[in-house]
Design a protein around this ligand. Structure first.
Ligand SMILES: Cc1cc2nc3c(=O)[nH]c(=O)nc-3n(C[C@H](O)[C@H](O)[C@H](O)COP(=O)(O)OP(=O)(O)OC[C@H]3O[C@@H](n4cnc5c(N)ncnc54)[C@H](O)[C@@H]3O)c2cc1C
Length: 294
């Protein structure tokens, strides 16, 4: 049905969200497409829309909890939009570039602004969509403009015309705005100092986050004065296991896949945490991870 897409990139059938997400759970994907370039993406969207199929752009799947249900549409991964370049202190980065690659390149070339992101397993498109942040620095601090595909055309949108908040962006409320590339405004700085900072932060991450198990990063947003991990600890949920999913012993705002977890196991832990936080503390927890195809 979608054979026409083959002219514009790689088309595959029956892939799975298990292999597309960092927590490694979820159902089958009917069509999977990797456009060769931006033109290929624009053609693909035209074709997909003309057939009234659903589609989902995916980055590295590090903020997605996909249900066990099969997805009847097209998952599109922009990993061929992988070009980046630096001109003085402006860095152009396409949506499919791993943020770790971009951040290390900037650091090695004496450009500051992406040190916060050297430990985040994500692609640039997903980073902008989520306005990812750490250590009181966010990607929106350094965004100058974003190249967006919307309603059949590509256009640069200045940061002033976009909204960014804590783990929020205009892209979450305008689902048909597809992030193609970004111009980042970085600052010249001493490369060795930036490297030392990044190493220190990554060591801290490895000490405090459960990298030894598949996970999807922080499950809930930290919206109140009390950090979510504390709320979860006070509800005695640290270490709780349902099926093969477990609230991490190392960091209680993380859920780990111990091996064969299903999306339902992970979701059951989420629901239990939400109801106990309400019961014990009268706190409404809000998900940071996105539930998709539920
Ligand atoms: C170990 C670990 C550590 C983490 N640490 C942090 C951290 O320190 N700070 C932080 O903020 N987050 C962190 N995260 C969460 C996650 O990495 C971020 O939310 C990240 O921004 C998601 O990027 P992604 O490429 O994986 O996107 P995905 O999870 O694949 O997608 C997320 C959303 O973005 C949309 N999207 C992706 N690309 C595009 C595009 N080109 N155009 C339009 N929409 C798009 C998707 O449709 C989806 O809705 C961590 C996750 C893990 C697993």
């Amino acid at each position: 049905m979608l054979k026409e897409l083959e002219a514009y990139g790689l088309l595959a059938y029956n892939r799975s969200f298990k292999e597309m997400t960092t927590i490694k759970v979820g159902g089958a994907i009917k069509y999977y497409f990797e456009p060769n370039n931006m033109y290929g993406l624009t053609k693909a969207i035209e074709i997909i829309e003309s057939k009234q199929l659903a589609y989902k752009i995916i980055g590295n799947g590090s903020n997605l909890l996909c249900s066990n249900k099969d997805f009847d549409g097209v998952v599109i991964k922009l990993n061929n939009l992988n070009h980046f370049e630096v001109n003085d202190n402006i860095m152009y980065v396409e949506a499919g570039v791993p943020i770790i690659v971009a951040a290390n390149y900037a650091i090695n070339n004496g450009l500051s602004g992406l040190e916060f992101a050297t430990g985040i397993p994500a692609l640039m498109g997903g980073i902008i969509y989520m306005n990812a942040s750490a250590y009181n620095e966010a990607i929106s601090d350094v965004i100058e403009s974003v190249l967006v595909y919307q309603a059949g055309s590509l256009k640069w949108i200045d940061k002033a015309d976009l909204y960014f908040g804590y783990r929020e962006s205009s892209f979450q409320t305008n689902k048909d705005w597809l992030i193609m590339a970004v111009n980042l405004k970085l600052e010249h700085a001493d490369s060795e100092t930036l490297k030392a900072l990044a190493i220190d932060r990554n060591q801290r991450r490895f000490r405090t986050q459960p990298f030894e198990y598949p996970n999807c990063g922080s499950v809930f947003r930290n919206l109140s004065d009390k950090p979510v991990w504390k709320i979860i600890d006070e509800a005695n949920l640290r270490g709780l296991q349902i099926g093969q999913a477990q609230i991490s012993e190392k960091h209680s705002n993380f859920i780990c896949n111990l091996g064969q977890a299903s999306a339902d196991d992970v979701n059951a832990l989420i629901e239990k945490t939400i109801s106990l936080a309400k019961e014990n503390d009268n706190i409404d927890l809000f998900l940071e991870v996105e539930r998709f195809n539920w």
